[in-house]
Structure formats: structure tokens, C-alpha cells
Design a protein around this ligand. Structure first.
Ligand code: NAP
Length: 321
């Protein structure tokens, strides 16, 4: 099967198009012919070994000290079930499925345990649209529901509101009845509004952390703020939730006082239940795929370069059709 692999950390040119053996499903696993997969900020960080906030060594210990432990990137997939292993009860051959694999999806075939974060694709979606949603959609769902515990009527500031996670956070926050202020650049203002933002701040013109408006929740998807700067516009018991954090935030968390303005840190764990909830939101039209651009497999270097700019509008997708 065709795949994209990397054997050392570095710039996009460490990626190689490579023929590899097609994986066979073990018991309780299904084999998927992958038609589309997202290129996410997680793929870029793993490829470049670019782990934020002084956590480089932690990242290297987790993903391979001297070279990547898993050679195939690709966090999300959309494709067709081509084989089922012994004991599989949830999926059958020929079904169109999508989900979060956490790696291995930049290849024509993928095997995954049936209990992982995958689901049957909603009607009417194509593979590229389906593959675009699980990374940012699951992250936004869990962070807003469980970490921020966002409630109807609360005011939320989403920094990076049109990116790989932000484009879904904006939609989900609006669906929860929050008043959403989206932060993005001038070229993405219209997109932010179409995703449901009540107000848009163009960060090139206005500093979102020095205005008069205050927020119950600040969700920073880019790493353009800190707990100290966020406090300027947090309500007295407001919550700061950064997706990127490092040693500084871990230290601040240990000395954080009870009550008052708070910060919460979390690392996402993608589950089958959350994937079901996300699929339901998509079927109800409450979460819509946002695709920056679809690249052919041969153009994977350009796709990675695009993600690394931090100006993607929604999700960058790789086609393996
Ligand atoms: N903790 C966890 O479990 C977890 C889970 C998933 C992801 N993550 C991390 O969270 C991040 C998610 O990133 P993503 O995929 O959403 O990023 P992304 O796609 O690169 O974000 C792009 C967005 O950020 C905006 N932006 C760029 N520079 C900005 C600035 N200086 N100020 C405000 N907005 C700015 C862009 O707007 P314009 O294009 O208009 O400039 C665009 O809306 C990654 O770093 C990833 O590693 C963490």
C-alpha cells in the first residue's frame, strides 16, 4: 500500500512516499481503505518534534527519543471497511466510517480496534469532509463540554477561531448557547461569522486581551495568550483554557489559589462515545466540516507546510482516493 512515513524529525522534506505491507486486522479490529485523512497541527508537531512550552523532552520520551517510534502520521481517517477481524460486532464490510486513529492514517489502509473513536459517516458527506472533523471536532467538544463546562448565555473568547480546532469550537460554543467572540485575521472574519460567531476581533488591528469586554471563558487554540495577559479580560471567576501549555503553565497551576480567575489544562483522550456525540452533532447540522484545502498524497509536503503556517482555515486534508 502507498503511505507517507518519516524516519527522522525535521522539516516537511523528512516525509517519504513509501510502499509498505498492507496491515491485516487482528481480533476485534477492522481494516479500512482510507480515502481521506487530515493533516493536523499534531502531525506537524510530531514530524518536527515541535512540542510547546519546554515540553520537548516529554514529547521525545513519548514519541521516540532519537527517531519517531511510529513511522506513519495521520490522526484522522475517512474510508471504507474492507475487512473485519474475528469477533467484530460493531462494523461490517462496505460501511463508510470515519474517526480518530491518533496516527497511521496517511496510508491507503489502516487497522483499528472497533472500540476506538470511530463511527459510521453521516449521510451525504464525502470522505474529505468527514476526515476533516474528528481532530478539531473531538478536541473542541471535550474542551468546551468537560474542561470549560461552557453554559448557555456565557461569554467565550475563542483565540484562533477559524483554525483546525477553532472552526469547530466556534460552532460547538454557539450550539451551546454561548455568546461567541472569535479572534482571527482579516481574511477569516467572514468564515468566523458563518460559523456562528457573534463578534469577531481581527487580531492584526485590535488586541483581544486589552478591550473593555470580559469573558467567562477564554479558549486559546493557538498559543497567542498567557494566563497573565488573559486575566485582563476574564470575569472575576472566569476560566482560561489554553490548548497549548508548557512548564510555565504547569508551575502556575500548582500555585493556583482556589476561587477567582482560574486556568485549567487538559490533554484530550478521544473516545468512541465522544465520536458518537460528534457524529450526532454533524447529522443534525450543528457541526459542519470546514476544509481549508484538499491535497493529493503526492503533495503531502505542501500540506504540512500549510498547516505549519498557523493560518489554515479549518482543516487541511490529504486525499488517498
Ligand atoms: N491539549 C490537547 O489535548 C490538544 C489537542 C489538540 C490540539 N492541541 C494543540 O492545539 C493547537 C490547535 O491548533 P489548531 O489546529 O486549531 O491551529 P491552527 O489551525 O494552526 O490555527 C489557526 C488559527 O489561528 C489563528 N491565528 C494565527 N495566529 C494567531 C494569533 N497570533 N492570534 C490569534 N489568532 C491567530 C488563525 O487565524 P488567521 O488565519 O486568520 O490568521 C486561524 O484561525 C495545536 O498547537 C495543537 O498542538 C492540543
Amino acid at each position: 500500500m502507498k503511505s507517507v512515513s518519516y524516519k527522522s524529525y525535521g522539516a516537511p522534506d523528512v516525509l517519504r512516499l513509501e510502499l509498505r505491507p498492507t496491515p491485516e486486522p487482528k481480533a476485534k479490529e477492522i481494516q479500512i481503505r482510507v480515502h481521506a485523512s487530515a493533516v493536523t497541527t499534531a502531525d506537524w508537531r510530531l514530524r518536527a518534534s515541535d512540542f510547546p512550552g519546554g515540553l520537548w523532552i516529554v514529547g521525545r520520551l513519548m514519541f521516540g527519543l532519537f527517531r519517531p517510534r511510529k513511522p506513519i502520521l495521520g490522526m484522522t481517517f475517512a474510508g471504507e471497511v474492507t475487512e473485519v477481524g474475528a469477533g467484530v460486532t460493531k462494523f461490517k464490510m462496505g460501511q463508510k466510517v470515519f474517526g480518530f486513529s491518533g496516527g497511521g492514517a496517511h496510508a491507503e489502509y489502516l487497522t483499528i480496534h472497533e472500540d476506538r473513536a470511530l463511527a459510521v459517516m453521516p449521510e451525504g458527506l464525502d470522505y474529505a469532509d468527514a476526515a476533516a472533523v474528528p481532530f478539531g471536532g473531538l478536541c473542541a467538544l471535550v474542551f468546551l463540554r468537560d474542561v470549560a463546562e461552557l453554559k448557555n448565555g456565557q461569554r467565550i473568547l475563542i483565540i484562533g477561531a477559524t483554525g483546525g480546532v477553532g472552526a469547530y469550537a466556534t460552532q460547538i460554543a454557539k450550539g451551546k448557547g454561548a455568546h461567541v467572540t472569535a479572534v482571527c485575521g482579516s481574511t477569516s472574519e467572514e468564515l468566523a461569522q458563518s460559523l456562528g460567531a457573534d463578534e469577531v476581533i481581527n487580531y492584526h488591528e485590535t488586541d483581544p486581551l486589552s478591550g473593555k469586554d470580559t469573558y467567562d471563558v477564554i479558549f486559546d487554540c493557538v498559543g497567542a495568550s498567557s494566563f497573565a495577559t488573559a486575566q485582563n479580560v476574564l470575569k472575576p471567576s472566569g476560566l482560561y483554557v489554553p490548548l497549548n501549555f508548557g512548564v510555565r503553565e504547569l508551575r502556575q497551576l500548582m500555585t493556583q489559589k482556589k476561587g477567582g480567575k482560574r486556568m485549567k489544562l487538559h490533554v484530550n483522550d478521544d473516545t468512541a462515545e465522544d465520536m458518537q456525540e460528534l457524529t450526532a452533532l454533524m447529522s443534525e447540522g450543528k457541526v459542519t466540516p470546514v476544509v481549508d484545502r484538499v491535497y493529493d498524497l503526492i503533495d503531502v509536503f505542501e500540506a504540512h507546510s500549510r498547516v505549519q503556517t498557523r493560518h489554515a482555515r479549518g482543516t487541511v486534508v490529504l486525499s488517498l482516493g
